[in-house]
Design a protein around this ligand. Structure first.
Ligand SMILES: CC(C)(COP(=O)(O)OP(=O)(O)OC[C@H]1O[C@@H](n2cnc3c(N)ncnc32)[C@H](O)[C@@H]1OP(=O)(O)O)[C@@H](O)C(=O)NCCC(=O)NCCS
Length: 169
């Protein structure tokens, strides 16, 4: 199975914020952004694995900046690391200034997807070969995040979270 770069799974979705997608402050509703990120991440995971993929976990979401009504929002998702059957997807969310066209980072999130066969059983995926400095940083930290996610989900014991323990000792 040939390794792929994050660029090969890159998925970019651009859309506007409409009135039906806002909260009482006229900013993008968080659940709407989660859905947009889930869709982009799902396509990125599918591009990487060429398999059916399911969301296994939302590992991290930071709603750092409100996204006002009428904004043009770009969600960019890439597979940052693949393990055996699971893939970490890193998502960056950008807002575009109407006049200058300059992009500002609004939010980011990290999702885990699992590739499955037609019966829903996890199947192996290709590895990731990171290229840029940022891709390498995200790749290197991904195992730590996977262990944290599994620990919080009660799927591994603290003793098995070797990468997390290494942070403290
Ligand atoms: C995700 C799913 C396929 C995992 O199945 P499972 O029986 O737990 O399978 P495994 O224990 O073999 O785990 C499969 C992979 O997922 C990873 N995984 C499972 N739960 C995880 C979590 N909470 N965080 C990070 N990774 C997780 C495992 O580490 C494993 O990764 P690896 O093979 O790369 O090492 C299964 O739980 C499922 O189908 N869930 C429903 C998915 C869904 O419907 N999503 C949409 C939500 S509406």
């Amino acid at each position: 199975m040939q390794a792929k770069t994050p660029e090969q799974s890159k998925t970019t979705m651009t859309d506007m914020v409409l009135p039906s997608e806002t909260n009482p402050l006229n900013n993008l509703f968080g659940g709407e952004l989660l859905a947009r990120m889930d869709r982009a991440a799902s396509i990125a995971a599918r591009r990487h694995s060429r398999r059916i993929v399911v969301t296994a976990s939302v590992n991290h979401v930071a709603f750092n900046r409100a996204v006002p009504l009428g904004s043009v929002v770009t969600v960019e998702a890439k597979v940052s690391r693949a393990f055996n059957t699971s893939m970490e997807i890193y998502i960056d969310v950008w807002m575009e200034d109407r006049e200058s066209g300059a992009r500002t980072k609004a939010n980011e999130a990290i999702y885990t997807f699992v590739a499955v066969d037609e019966t829903g059983r996890p199947v192996k995926v290709p590895e990731v070969t990171p290229e840029t400095k940022l891709e390498k940083e995200r790749f290197d930290a991904a195992l730590r995040r996977k262990q944290l996610s599994l620990l919080l989900a009660g799927k591994i014991k603290p003793d098995d979270a070797t990468e997390l323990k290494a942070l403290f000792y």
